[in-house]
Write a protein that binds this ligand. Sequence first.
Ligand code: SF4
Length: 290
Amino acid sequence: MPEVTGALLELIRLTSTSLPPDVEAALQRAADQEEPGSAARTTLETILKNVSLARNFSTPICQDTGTPSFYVQHPAVWSPKSLRAQINAALDEATRLSYLRPNAVNSLTGKNSGGNTGDEYFPTIHFEENEDDALMVNLVLKGGGCENVGTQYKLPDARLDAGRDLEGVRKVVLDAVYQAQGRGCAPGVLGVAIGGDRGSGYLASKQVFLRKLGDTHPDPQLAELETRITREANTLGIGPMGFGGKTTVLGTKIRALYRLPASFFVTVSYMCWAFRRRRMVLKGDLIWYE
Ligand code: SF4
């Protein structure tokens, strides 16, 4: 199995310091549609300036460099144990080079590990065997502020008059946006899982962040729901960082899961504007980043 620690380090650097083009373009569109001189527009322009500076100087886009979540698809002959060791080594080096802030804190002692490795849940790494001989690693860095406003509903929800159907899903997701009131650094992206259990719901609601902002869900019902939730969330007037305005969310991504007859969870993960998501592909002698 090849040594890929250096390639993984570059993936981490790129993810932490260079916002993906689709997210940056969405922030630019949002800035363009706000009133000149408004708090919303000024906030978005400041965000965009910061994004550009971070890229130019190879410094983190935000001081909270987030929880590193790796989604690894590897050839059958590659060892997940060895890949984990190389990911951890790359994280150590990325922290030493200040691409990442030391972010792993022992929950019992309050002591920072001094890096971005702690236990088998930190960083989170999801392994899947690939059909071909390519290695594909997706990395998402998700900040704590936006993680704090993620939430889970159990339908039916009498408070919101939300039943076990897509209309009920729409109501609770909009409630999550309303409750957040811009906390978690709006404008961001909603990741929604319908169904599953409490654990798989959160997992799937984050996995949808691997989708590009401009894509369309293959299920027309869910595609329509994604568009509708985004449109309606943007009529709430919360705006960038809660300063008011037309852009509260940049997009909504939904996944429907199987569930038990007794449960109907709707899980909402919120990704802040610092939506750091990158991909590395290694195939033969070739390596590229997206
Ligand atoms: S929520 Fe996002 S933008 Fe806000 S502080 Fe955390 S990482 Fe940074």
